[in-house]
Write a protein that binds this ligand. Structure first.
Ligand SMILES: [Zn+2]
Length: 59
């Protein structure tokens, strides 16, 4: 089971120019704003997804 989760956009500036970081697992670097961040899977939500009222969680 892979632990890789690739972000599509930088959570800070929204750019798509992300590269895997050498900092470790789940670490990414944004070439646009020079930020490094890390993604971590925390677990599944017992209550499931709940959006306010537009059902936006459905894809
Ligand atoms: Zn960025």
């Amino acid at each position: 089971m892979s632990e890789r989760a690739a972000p599509f956009y930088c959570p800070y500036c929204g750019d798509e120019d992300l590269r895997p970081s050498e900092q470790g697992h789940g670490a990414w670097e944004c070439a646009a704003c020079n930020r490094a961040f890390q993604l971590k899977f925390l677990g599944l939500l017992a209550r499931g997804l709940r959006q306010s009222d537009d059902g936006g969680a459905q894809i």
